[in-house]
Design a protein around this ligand. Structure first.
Ligand SMILES: *Cc1c(COP(=O)(O)O)cnc(C)c1O
Length: 401
């Protein structure tokens, strides 16, 4: 009898009771719009911004409608215009090139390494004079590149960095929270990320002018005075006539759900990492399979795990996926020709004219990916690793035989 896993890879934990109570309180008073407050009241959205800014050590924070909205808003706030070229990772999720395209700007993809991070050599080659002035850096699946070196390259070339931290809320590089190296850090609070409000996004920055623009862009009308983690009124005076309103605010209901989750974030991150370590240990030293090396300077949040089957034939990778699926383990593959659910690759975004990226193609063809929701126990994780190990070994042995 073979073990079969029966858990769901898409089932997150329920919303904590404290967050449910806070949401009910907002619904009872009915002031869901963030600027609908009574005298002396600070809106849940403004409180969330203050608390999130304090958590990551940022001066300013803005809560918005989604992670993708945060990215587009950040790009507008740093001055990207239609027709501008914007550097970004070739290995990322569709809302990242989508945010660039939403401005009429043009994504320029940078290669990815076997560590699943942006290829710094390729980046250095692409930031030369006359090249793009902005990098939208996606910490895809929670992998952080050498952020010190990246900032050196970008600062040296006058390239502004906007960080996509959808998978790195709670992570850090050399102790500096993810999202605090670039000019703006963007986070998602969509259901599959590290805090869950269904949809939602957060943006942090220390740059007063950039944040004043972001607040006005998000649809503050002239009520920016109700923000707490925001620049002083003088800064808004400077930008308020020239900045369009592109509504994408967060409401008080979502903010109320998020504030108690923020207090538990460190605890949740530790729980993810215990699960990640368990699967990683179970996969180590499987012939033909490479786990992803994690640098010592990186504090990561293992809410998903990736591994490589380097230079395997596509049919063999597909055999592994099918055999794992038959035992209840859902692996996503970045080598598939057609985009499937959340998984797509740079050549599927055909609105971008992108040259082939040979290093990225090789990595994506080998790359398997799996979510680790906190509804999985450590025993579940050990079982999942045993199943993957057995099925990879079976296909590997048939292949070399
Ligand atoms: C989820 C995600 C986003 C933002 O997505 P939304 O669904 O708009 O919140 C951005 N980048 C990456 C890498 C993501 O996974």
């Amino acid at each position: 009898m073979q073990d079969v896993f029966s858990g769901s890879f898409t089932q997150q934990e329920p919303i904590p009771d404290e967050a449910i109570a806070a949401a009910v309180a907002v619904m009872r008073h009915g002031r869901l719009h963030r600027y609908n407050t009574v005298a002396g009241e600070t809106a849940e959205a403004a409180l969330l911004e203050e608390e999130f800014a304090a958590t990551v050590g940022a001066k300013y924070c803005l809560a918005v409608a989604s992670g993708g909205y945060a990215l587009g808003c950040a790009l507008r706030a740093v001055g990207v215009k239609a027709g501008d070229r914007v550097l970004t990772n070739a290995f990322t999720l569709a809302p990242v090139p989508g945010a660039i395209a939403s401005l009429g700007a043009v994504p320029v993809f940078v290669e990815v390494t076997e560590a699943l991070t942006i290829d710094l050599e390729d980046l250095a080659a692409k930031v030369t004079t006359g090249g793009p002035r902005v990098l939208l850096l996606s910490h895809m699946r929670g992998h952080l590149c050498d952020m010190d070196r990246l900032m050196e390259i970008c600062n040296g070339a006058g390239v502004v960095v906007v960080e996509d931290c959808a998978h790195t809320m709670g992570a850090a590089w050399r102790g500096v929270p993810s999202g605090r190296h670039g000019a703006v850090g963007c986070y998602s609070t969509q259901t599959y990320k590290h805090m869950n409000s269904g949809e939602g996004g957060l943006l942090v920055s220390d740059d007063a002018e950039v944040m004043a623009r972001a607040v006005i862009l998000s649809g503050s009308y002239m009520l920016y005075g109700r923000h707490k983690a925001a620049p002083p009124p003088e800064m808004f005076e400077r930008v308020k006539y020239e900045t369009p309103n592109i509504s994408g605010r967060m409401d008080n209901l979502r903010a109320a759900i998020l504030r108690p989750q923020l207090r538990r974030l460190a605890h949740q991150c530790a729980a993810w990492n215990a699960r990640y370590a368990c699967v990683e240990d179970g996969l180590r030293a499987t012939p033909g399979l490479n786990v992803i090396a994690r640098p010592e300077a990186e504090t990561y949040v293992g809410s998903s795990i990736q591994f490589l089957l380097p230079d395997w034939a596509a049919a063999d990778v597909q055999a592994v996926i099918a055999r794992c699926l038959a035992r209840g383990v859902e692996l996503k593959w970045f080598g598939a020709e057609e985009p499937v659910a959340f998984t797509s690759r740079y050549d599927s975004w055909r609105y971008v004219e992108a040259p082939r990226l040979p290093r990225t193609d090789r990595v994506l063809a080998a790359l398997l990916d799996m979510r680790l929701p906190l509804t999985f126990s450590l025993a579940d994780c050990a079982l999942i690793a045993r199943i993957i190990r057995a099925e990879v070994s079976a296909v590997w042995q048939a292949r070399v035989a």
